[in-house]
Design a binder for this molecule. Structure first.
Ligand code: SF4
Length: 364
């Protein structure tokens, strides 16, 4: 792992930076094994499942168990309770989340596409992810933000967005087939990568949302302390947000568009801003957040500035914003003349100055 850090020397002291420690304190502690990843606590919240519980009963019980979860994690963080003092229970809050996720998939509304197909029977919705866990790859990633790298990235197949410039288009739009992997095997790989020195497990894609079930199952079998990163386009439903609460240590949302028109045109997704801004608010309440904004060429006025304004007015003190300048016109970008190029230096400077003016905690 030492050699890996030499390839990205900026990662070595990244967790000591005052801004990172101030905005992502718990994440830093979990990386350094000074705090416990949330899923490890969720696994130890006992849940008494009774026969004939309706779905409504299960959701109510989930709500109650989450209260217990928050009480417990507070005590764990204060050192009042040791993790080994909490026995893993036969059926836990994490198992309940798995059960509820299966229920959601029977008429799938994991994301706001709300396709209502029975995924457990292999029916396919907009994302074309079915009943089996398919990944494109999992590996140690050195190209993430300095405080995130080295990161164990798991690239799930399929996506609920159709970004016309997607750099992972072969995964998101099924130009490759991926390979099937069991949740137990995924857990073993997470354990191995953590022992190899990865700072986190980073569930990504395409989008991890259609693959939520396997994310939860992999964590059920995972026996290491590792912060969980949810790296997503943030088009989850409220139900999915409830499931993620108590599991995710740091959200890594892509905030792409400042309005619905650009989202529909470039990612073929409706009602973007309302859904994604709502989920940012929830994410900032549930966990720590590093927002990613990929600056699109010619989209400063319509996307970059409105997004930065929204962040400044809503979650400024609760997130770090990565202003990303690496847009490259992949896939079908040549069909959209204004984005068929890299961004200019002038556009990048304007974006950075705008963030500065709003006192946003940004990195580049
Ligand atoms: S996860 Fe896939 S099938 Fe489910 S609602 Fe979203 S796009 Fe549709």
């Amino acid at each position: 792992m030492f050699e890996l850090y030499l390839l990205r020397p900026d990662t070595i002291n990244a967790l000591d930076k005052p801004m990172i420690k101030r905005i992502l304190p718990r994440y830093v502690k979990v990386v350094n094994d000074q705090a416990i990843a949330k899923f490890q606590v969720a696994k130890r919240i006992k849940f008494e499942i009774k026969r004939n519980m309706s779905i409504e009963d299960l959701w109510k019980a989930h709500s109650n168990s989450m209260k217990q979860f928050y009480r417990t994690i507070k005590d764990v963080d204060k050192g009042k309770i040791k993790l080994n003092g909490l026995k893993k229970s036969e059926f836990s809050l994490l198992d309940l989340k798995i059960r509820l996720t299966e229920e959601i998939m029977k008429s799938c509304e994991l994301c706001e596409r709300k396709c209502h197909v029975n995924r457990l029977k292999g029916k396919l919705g907009n994302c074309r992810v079915g009943k089996d866990c398919l990944i494109s790859s999992e590996h140690i990633h050195l190209g993430e933000e300095a405080h995130i790298s080295p990161s164990h990235t798991i690239f799930f197949m399929g996506c609920n967005f159709h970004c016309q410039y997607c750099q992972n288009w072969s995964i998101s739009q099924w130009f490759e087939t991926g390979y099937e992997i069991s949740s137990k095997e995924l857990a073993l790989r997470i354990e191995r990568r953590r022992k190899e020195g990865c700072r986190n497990v980073n569930y990504v894609g395409a989008s991890p949302t259609p693959s939520l079930l396997w994310v939860l199952e992999s964590l059920k079998y995972c026996n290491v302390n590792v912060p969980v990163i949810w790296n997503s386009n943030f088009y989850m439903t409220l139900k999915t947000m409830k499931i993620l609460d108590g599991i995710v240590d740091m959200y890594l949302p892509d905030f792409k568009y400042g309005n619905d028109k650009c989202a529909l045109r470039l990612s073929k997704v409706p009602n973007y801003f309302e859904v994604v801004s709502r989920n940012h608010l929830l994410a900032a309440r549930q966990a720590e957040v590093t927002v990613r904004h990929l600056i699109l060429p010619s989209h400063l006025e319509c996307c970059t500035f409105p997004i930065l304004n929204w962040i400044a007015n809503n979650i400024k003190e609760k997130c770090i914003v990565n202003l990303m300048d690496q847009f490259t016109p992949h896939w079908r970008a040549n069909e959209y003349p204004e984005i068929n190029r890299r961004i200019t230096e002038e556009e990048f400077i304007k974006a950075v100055n705008y963030a500065k003016k709003l006192n946003i905690n940004y990195i580049t």
